[in-house]
Design a protein around this ligand. Structure first.
Ligand code: ASN
Length: 323
């Protein structure tokens, strides 16, 4: 190797040659293989989904989207695969993908150890499934990944044994809010739980746990409103234990055309922009439930790493210019 090194070059070199990065990326392969085997065993077909499109998931919690010029049309980089996941159920009843997502997170997330602006999601969608079935599969994904890491990695941390056995607690959003208020957090009932509060909750659990039933205003138009409990969604988050915070979001999907349009309007989205998706909803998409798990976050959690950056070969943090 010849030539002069720049500061960026040195950072890339140091990162890619470090033992932590190399061990982490090798075990990420183990995690992916275990997750693929588990999902294939449930009859899920792996699909490769678009990375650009006229619209993308608007429900990504304060993160900005990236626009690109697509032959004179304003297109987006995917913030999640949600719209394409639902559409792909026209081909197969159970699908998953491992897809890159780009979210311009707020600058203050650069130091959290858990936010990347470019990351991958293991995204699953199951036709005809309920929230509870989707939660069972999400638990199975994390348990399978934990079991594989525990087997493969001699230095695996003891906590993985319990993660691999499943049986994750379910806590309602409303109980979580009560618990946060009791801890002295200013948490409004009806608002999103921010990452700082998620961390506090997550600190109180030794294993992953579910938060169930978020308020309508907090999530995208695609999570189905509970008809028996208006204002509340049939959705969930899966949080890691030990303070590692959120790993996954998911839920049942709204498949009624009029309700989807209403929810879009309520959340400030212009239905005209979603023409391709709304045409499919109008002419019929299967009812479904699904979820997406952040691969780098899952890797970080299972290996007990302080920084999510170790779980990416080329990590990007909010506001940091990097290759
Ligand atoms: N992938 C998530 C889901 O399936 C959505 C998201 O990433 N916001 O619900």
């Amino acid at each position: 190797m010849t030539g002069e090194t720049t500061e960026v070059d040195m950072d890339v070199r140091r990162h890619l040659t470090s033992e932590v990065t190399r061990t982490t990326l090798r075990l990420q392969q183990t995690i992916l293989a275990a997750v693929r085997a588990y999902l294939a065993g449930l009859g899920c077909t792996e699909v490769l989904l678009p990375i650009v499109g006229p619209v993308t998931d608007p429900g990504s919690r304060g993160a900005k989207q990236v626009d690109i010029d697509y032959y004179g049309h304003r297109y987006k980089l995917m913030t999640s695969a949600i719209l394409y996941k639902q559409a792909t159920l026209l081909a197969f009843d159970r699908i998953f993908c491992v897809a890159p997502n780009v979210r311009l997170e707020p600058m203050e997330t650069a130091g959290t150890g858990r936010h990347l602006t470019e990351f991958h999601q293991i995204d699953v969608e199951l036709a005809g499934a309920s929230r509870e079935e989707a939660m069972g599969v999400a638990e199975g994904v994390v348990a399978a990944a934990a079991g594989a890491v525990a087997t493969e990695f001699a230095a695996a941390r003891p906590a993985l044994g319990a993660v691999a056995t499943g049986g994750y607690t379910r806590l309602s959003y409303r109980d979580a809010v009560r618990e946060l208020v009791a801890l002295g957090v200013r948490q409004d009932d009806g608002a999103e739980i921010n990452w700082q509060a998620e961390k506090l909750l997550s600190d109180r659990f030794a294993k992953p746990f579910f938060l169930v039933g978020y308020p309508k205003g907090s999530r995208g138009f695609y999570d189905r409103e509970d008809q028996d409990d208006p204002g509340w969604l049939r959705n969930f988050d899966l949080l890691a234990g030990e303070g590692y915070g959120e790993l996954a979001s998911g839920g049942e999907r709204e498949s009624d055309y009029a309700r989807v349009v209403t929810r879009m309007r309520e959340t400030g989205e212009n239905p005209a922009k979603y023409a391709w998706y709304l045409d499919l909803v109008r002419t019929g998409l299967p009812a479904s439930a699904g979820f997406g798990i952040g691969l780098e976050r899952l890797t970080r959690y299972l290996l007990g790493l302080p920084e999510v950056t170790a779980a990416s070969a080329f990590p990007k943090l909010a506001g940091v210019v990097s290759p």
